[in-house]
Design a protein around this ligand. Structure first.
Ligand SMILES: Cc1ncc(COP(=O)(O)O)c(C=O)c1O
Length: 369
């Protein structure tokens, strides 16, 4: 292979590790010669998309020679109606991941900082480092939710963005609505607050609602996704709600056609589906999560309290976490070592349906022996 030109890759990339995704089912089957594998690793919902979303994907199959609508107008109109926010305060992107890249590209120059709780969602970190930006981390509260006082304390004059991930990935803890408002009240004026609500739909009643904060006129950007509760992770579609001027900046750096046509129609059909469908699913996860937590406790483990569709399970040491992860893989169960998210001594387990959770618990019982 001929050498690359010298200094081709930007120096900022030297400290960036590529995102480590959960292991794909087919890869694990092939590598370990397994017939059946359960994946509880990437916090996807355990259900298929809503029937109307599946139908919408089928119906648009023949339109795919055309580029998608770069403005995602139909979807934004539907979100605007559902959330009572104007369309210029809504932008659709290729999942929250795509929007994280866009906001970091639009705001961070080398030396600018993003403040973040840690352990937390690693994509915020990677997108900041890619820009040559600095990460300022704050420890979490003991229950695994963001410690908003610690986050405020991490802020310096270099900070441009302060991210609150709630419920937080990988710990599952959520901040209280009143604490979030207090944080916004006290945030210095040179910092833009960003609320990552990827697991918003799973929050129990009385939880925070970034859209409501925006309707109240708060300065804030809120990130949500169709990947989790709506079962559309494979299509890559999410949205950000925020000040029109900020979204106009993001529009300058995003790829115009990054949200595909099937993603747009499936998300639209999901928004239009009856809200009871969604709340039934959320109730099911809440029930399964508490059964899973009891099962884990019965095995002598202490999962953190979670307001989302996953639990973090401390294993004592990174070596034990890796050994148990490997043993689970051999038994056909994929979970997620939480090292890349800042918790190397823990495993993150996505809450599945009853049968999947039962298989995980049985495999874990044997992996722990
Ligand atoms: C906290 C958090 N934010 C954002 C994302 C990315 O979501 P999307 O699939 O919309 O890119 C995830 C996915 O795991 C997440 O856990």
């Amino acid at each position: 292979m001929p050498d690359l030109p010298p200094n081709l890759l930007r120096p900022a990339l030297e400290v960036v590790q590529p995102y480590q995704p959960g292991r794909p089912i087919d890869e694990v089957k092939q590598e370990l010669g397994l017939d059946s594998v359960v994946k509880l690793a990437s916090n996807e919902g355990p259900w298929p998309p809503f029937p109307a979303a599946v139908q919408a994907i089928r119906d648009c199959a023949e339109d795919q020679r055309l580029y998608p609508d770069p403005g995602a107008w139909a979807l934004r109109d539907a979100l605007s109606e559902r959330l009572s926010l104007p369309t210029d305060q809504i932008m659709v992107g290729a999942g929250i991941d795509g929007l994280i890249t866009s906001i970091c590209r639009a705001t961070l120059d080398p030396g600018d900082a993003l403040a973040l709780g840690w352990p937390s969602f690693v994509q915020w970190r990677l997108a900041t480092l890619t820009q040559g930006g600095e990460i300022q981390t704050a420890e979490l509260a003991r229950n695994g939710s963001y410690d908003l006082d610690a986050l405020l304390a991490a802020i310096t004059p270099a900070t441009k963005l302060a991210v609150v991930v709630s419920p937080n990935n990988p710990t599952g803890g959520a901040v209280a609505a009143t604490d979030l408002e207090g944080f916004l009240d006290r945030l210095p004026g040179h910092v833009m607050p960003l609320l990552d609500e990827a697991y918003f739909e799973y929050l129990p009643p009385g939880g925070h609602d970034g859209a409501e904060l925006l309707r109240d006129g708060r300065r804030l950007a809120v990130f949500r996704t169709f990947s989790k509760a709506y079962g559309l992770a494979g299509l890559r579609v999410g949205y950000v709600l925020g000040p029109a001027k900020l979204l106009a900046g993001l529009a300058k750096v995003r790829n115009a056609f990054d949200v595909t046509g099937p993603a747009q129609v499936a998300a639209l059909a999901s928004v239009r589906s009856a809200p009871e469908h969604l709340s039934r699913r959320m109730d099911e996860i809440a029930t399964e999560r508490s059964m899973l937590a009891s099962g884990l406790s019965a095995l002598g483990l202490q999962p953190l309290p979670s307001a989302a569709n996953f639990v973090l399970v401390p294993m004592g040491t990174a070596e034990r976490a890796n050994a148990v992860n490997d043993a689970l893989l051999r038994l056909g169960v994929i979970v997620r070592p939480a090292g890349p998210f800042g918790a190397p001594d823990a495993l993150r387990i996505t809450v599945g349906l009853a049968q999947q959770n039962a298989r995980l618990l049985a495999a874990l019982a044997s992996a722990l022996n």
